[in-house]
Design a protein around this ligand. Structure first.
Ligand SMILES: Cc1cc2nc3c(=O)[nH]c(=O)nc-3n(C[C@H](O)[C@H](O)[C@H](O)COP(=O)(O)OP(=O)(O)OC[C@H]3O[C@@H](n4cnc5c(N)ncnc54)[C@H](O)[C@@H]3O)c2cc1C
Length: 428
């Protein structure tokens, strides 16, 4: 039986493992193994909500082991570190518990077909002090660190001469913009849970962007609309501001200004994990993404596919497929088809990226974005409630791919019940 190994159970990898498990694993046509360095999956676009405390990852996270059992694939916990293309084997790091005791030694997993779906990490462009002083929103663990520090800052307000909480977010892409709005929403909630002395004047969020405008990758109208909403909330938007250093006091800009901050989040660009650069001689680009052909097989090895943020897939008109959840979702779908075709000696299909538009959620305040479709020429701007519904439907599509329609429906009902039963904000 062919061994299919998928490394990374994120937006793309977990959907693919589920699909192949249901189609091939269930009928014993192939053995599918998903490898992830974490025990649970949380859809990455929810991380800013975990950081702000409006989402409890303990409730939304999917256990890989339980999901694998329900969908006929195996799960292996571990971080991939090496690849041997000649022997067709990947190596996983040893596993350690919190106090450094080794749980499992290094191990190996054999494959016939390998899918790399490792996602991306924040790119600090080697800016001085960023690694030491800024938080990256790359994982639920990091988002929770930010959340705890934020709650501690609220506890200190009025004590030790702490008069306000200053947060600086570097990078005004979707993550930075969404987090800024979410922080004001969480402040509103926090004051209703025993922090009555706190009000919006106590939070100061600086959103720092090197480009001319916020949301530089989105159409001007959307960026302008989001800009207006953030100003209303009180966000201090600093465009055309290049950060050259982060230190204990805050951010140092190219013009020599110090933007004071107690907490700093770096959300200015992504790269694929550094170790991909030297992974068994596979071809990579300048941000370590694996170069793929139209079929999503890597350029130098047809038995290795790459999907999602760690793949560099050229677009026919120039440029590359953007690192987004919708790309990971579409790529997972195509690679699923291609793997099944290859097992049946059928020709493989080329990936065609479909841009369904981009939406940015400004928490409870607004949602803005553009939709692309066949019915309209180009894009259409949407805002408010309709935009919010479309934004949420992106996550629902991911849930449907993992759990099917009935379970997703039930989960949606449970979410609504939880909104009544549980606090609106995670307070621990
Ligand atoms: C705060 C935030 C908001 C976002 N909002 C949006 C949005 O609104 N719309 C949108 O389209 N996109 C959004 N994105 C981008 C989107 O989340 C990513 O494009 C998408 O998750 C990429 O999917 P992926 O499967 O490639 O990787 P991921 O979903 O990141 O999954 C990668 C997986 O690989 C695992 N992994 C990594 N390294 C290893 C290793 N060495 N060994 C084993 N496992 C490993 C990780 O644990 C993870 O489970 C957002 C991103 C962030 C951070």
């Amino acid at each position: 039986m062919k061994k299919i190994v998928i490394v990374g159970g994120g937006a793309g990898g977990l959907e693919l493992a589920t699909k192949l498990g249901n189609k091939l694993g269930r009928k014993n046509k192939a053995h599918i193994t998903l490898v992830d360095k974490n025990r649970t999956h949380l859809w990455k676009p929810l991380l800013h909500e975990v950081a702000a405390g409006s989402l409890d990852d303990g409730i939304d996270a999917v256990s890989y082991r339980a999901h694998a059992t329900n969908h006929h694939f195996s799960f292996k916990l571990g971080a991939m570190k090496k690849l041997n293309r000649i022997n067709k084997v990947i190596s996983l790091d040893a596993l350690f518990d919190e106090d450094g005791t080794m749980i499992l030694p290094e191990s190996e997993v054999e494959y016939d077909i390998l899918v790399m779906a490792l996602g991306s990490v924040s790119n600090d462009f080697n800016t001085k002090g960023v690694r030491e002083h800024c938080i990256f929103l790359d994982s639920p663990q990091q988002a929770k660190i930010f959340h705890h520090r934020m709650l501690n800052k609220y506890l200190q307000l009025g004590v030790h001469e702490t008069k306000s909480v200053n947060v600086a977010i570097i990078g005004a892409g979707a993550t930075g913009v969404e987090l800024s709005a979410e922080l004001y929403n969480s402040l509103k909630q926090v004051s209703s849970y025993g922090f009555e002395h706190i009000n919006s004047a106590d939070l100061h969020v600086s959103l720092v962007e090197a480009g001319d405008s916020i949301l530089p990758a989105l159409p001007k109208r959307i960026s302008a609309s989001a800009h207006k909403e953030l100003l209303k909330l009180g966000v201090d938007i600093r465009t055309k501001t290049m950060v050259v250093e982060a230190n204990e006091q805050g951010l140092l800009t190219q013009s020599g200004e110090l933007i004071k901050a107690d907490l700093m989040v770096w959300a200015a660009g992504i790269k694929a994990p550094d170790y991909l650069k030297e992974l068994a001689g596979l071809e990579t680009n300048r941000i370590n993404q694996l170069m793929v052909r139209g079929t999503l097989q890597t350029t130098l090895d047809k038995d290795i596919y790459a999907i999602g943020d760690c793949a560099s897939c050229p677009l026919p008109g120039g440029g590359f497929v953007p690192p987004r959840a919708q790309s990971a979702h579409q790529m997972a779908s195509l690679v699923g088809k291609n793997i099944m075709a290859s097992l049946n000696d059928k020709p493989l299909t080329e990936y065609k990226y479909t841009d369904y538009g981009s939406l940015v959620s400004l928490s409870d305040y607004s949602t803005v974005g553009s939709l692309m479709g066949n019915l309209m020429k180009g894009s259409m701007m949407i805002e408010g409630r309709i935009a919010r519904i479309v934004y949420i439907s992106l996550y629902r599509m991911h849930q449907v791919a993992l759990h099917g329609y009935i379970r997703t429906g039930l989960m949606t009902i449970v979410e609504r019940i939880n909104r009544v039963l549980r606090p609106r904000l995670k307070l621990h």
